[in-house]
Design a protein around this ligand. Structure first.
Ligand code: FEO
Length: 188
């Protein structure tokens, strides 16, 4: 089942096109309209799948901070965000959606703790500034969780947009900075 307007619109368009194909063939197969509509019916799922797949995050080697344990954490966070994306796009049920959100929040906290310990253990100079970024992120996510209790669909869409942008920007920016410094100390 689906619940996003985009998917609903795609199904509606397909049904309309199929009806027009049927009507077109009643008028006569010599007419170009049924053939054009048939091509549209075949093309719609491909276009839709491409649009949906663009909403999912894919790990790229360029996201690596050069420390395997942290890369694995980041990969798992991407996976959990994608899980939440699935919950938003399809009718997976409230329980799956809440579980996906809880898992993401919990693992994010675990990752931040691991990362901050790694930085502290290795005397990273910008640890406090990095911790502030983590805290601001958690505060923002907590705010979304509170909103989710009153308007789940809208909040999930906003939450996902924020999570994707923040995580990729944070990994590519601040995280890579500590990665470089720790790599120079022989941490990989
Ligand atoms: Fe990987 Fe600073 O979070």
């Amino acid at each position: 089942m689906f619940k996003s307007l985009g998917t609903f619109g795609m199904v509606l368009l397909m049904v309309t096109a199929l009806v027009m194909v049927g009507l077109g063939f009643i008028v006569g197969p010599d007419h170009p309209l049924p053939w054009i509509m048939l091509i549209i019916v075949i093309a719609i799922p491909f276009i839709h799948n491409k649009t949906v797949s663009n909403r999912y995050l894919v790990w790229k080697d360029e996201y690596s901070v050069g420390i395997e344990e942290m890369d694995n954490d980041h990969k798992k966070l991407l996976h959990l965000i994608n899980q939440l994306q699935t919950a938003v796009h399809y009718y997976t049920g409230k329980e799956f959606e809440e579980k996906a959100l809880d898992e993401l929040v919990d693992y994010t906290k675990t990752h931040f703790k691991n990362e901050e310990k790694l930085m502290a253990d290795n005397g990273y100079a910008d640890l406090e500034a990095h911790k502030i970024q983590h805290k601001q992120f958690i505060d923002k996510v907590n705010h979304f969780v509170e909103q989710y209790k009153t308007n789940s669909d809208v909040t999930m869409i906003d939450t996902l947009k924020f999570l994707k942008e923040w995580l990729i920007n944070h990994i590519n920016g601040t995280d890579k900075e500590y990665g470089k410094v720790l790599n120079e100390k022989g941490i990989h």
